[in-house]
Design a protein around this ligand. Sequence first.
Ligand SMILES: [Zn+2]
Ligand SMILES: [Zn+2]
Length: 258
Amino acid sequence: MKLTTIGCWGAYPYQDAGTTSYLLTGRDGFQLLIDCGSRAVNELEKEISPLDLDAVIISHYHPDHVADLGVLRHYFQLYPKHLWEPKILPIYGHDEDSQEFAKLTLDGVSNGIAYDVKGTEKIGPFDITFIKTVHPVVCYAMRIVERESGQVLVFTGDSGYFDGLADFAKDADVFLADVYLYEGNENHPAHLTSKEAGQIAAQAGVKKLVLTHMPPLPPAGIAPDNHLEVLRSQTETYSKGIPVELAEPHKSWEIGEC
Ligand SMILES: [Zn+2]
Ligand SMILES: [Zn+2]
């Protein structure tokens, strides 16, 4: 399967890039959008027609993860019907926030589906399991296994450190981790630090760690021009030889060939 970054900033869009969103393409061509942050629709158009999406899955309802979901639904609702075969877009999310969950459904356009957080959700070629993260609102990390190939992507959603995340990420081919924070802010209630992501990757024995949901600007004391490389190299200090890469819009990985 192939993972493509659509947006990689945490919190807010900045300059030429939007917030967190990823396209996961199965070997059979199934197109799953994971989170739908700001600019997601425009950036997705550079990869595929948004109308070719087969499903969307949302980790949680903070704006940097759902900012473009409304306009994606408009795309399906209002794009001239004679130019394509209308279909209903399934949008998977948790239902522990009933108001936000209700917004996933738009009659004749999209169908909100509560994913099974205790079992396995089958979406196209993928088997997806979940674990609740440490975050100010309910958020789920996802372990996505492609049934046919056995390839594994683990996406943290937004999360502070917790015991259990390394087990959840065990042996993943790609570990896509929220690293909004620099070393020195460990045990934060909302996000991982570079150090924690490196340690979890090492403990889990993942094949590759990809940093995402990164801060558009660094804290005082770190130069803005190469701050993401600082974040990456801090992570690498703790990853015990596991390669660490930065997500960036339109960068992709053939999972299984990493
Ligand atoms: Zn976020
Ligand atoms: Zn969040």
